[in-house]
Design a protein around this ligand. Sequence first.
Ligand code: ADP
Length: 169
Amino acid sequence: MTGFLDARPRVGYFYTGKDSNELIKAEVNKKIVKDYKAQPIIISESSSVYDGICTLFLEDVGTMFVVNSKGHLAGVASRKDLLRATLGKQNLTEIPISIIMTRMPNIVTCTMEETLLEAAKKLIDYQIDSLPVVRPVEVNGRTQYEVVGRVTKTTITKGFVELGNEAVI
Ligand code: ADP
């Protein structure tokens, strides 16, 4: 069960030659985004910063994904983006969220088939808290992205805890 030994008919048990590092790596790489992703919290590009802040509290998230009228990914608004927008004296109901979000094509995404490890590396490399899980769609010869999930630091932590609880090695 640990992967150190295997069995074959008429051969019996034999040493697989794999060391524990390889086995740990193999277990980590079995964790795929599609099995861990959370529901994405989505807001329309035409919503206001005020709506964005309400969504943040109502949905208990740190980041929301902003979509255009066709439902395709347009940007990401995080708590700091929203907080920054509150520093001025403007009316928050009149500032569109599209002004303060980080917009495409600068959004770091992942797909259902990626490993959790690859997604975790993106969170670290780009110093962000969450990634939209996307599905590419071709629209008039251009690639657009549907948002089908979200990977956050919590998602990665869940995978990590599960790995520890499985205690295969
Ligand atoms: P916080 O605002 O809590 O620090 P983040 O660290 O995730 O949250 O966000 C930092 C900045 O990175 C924000 O300006 C946000 O819009 C941007 N950002 C967040 N997630 C992504 C992403 N997946 N791709 C590109 N930019 C992102």
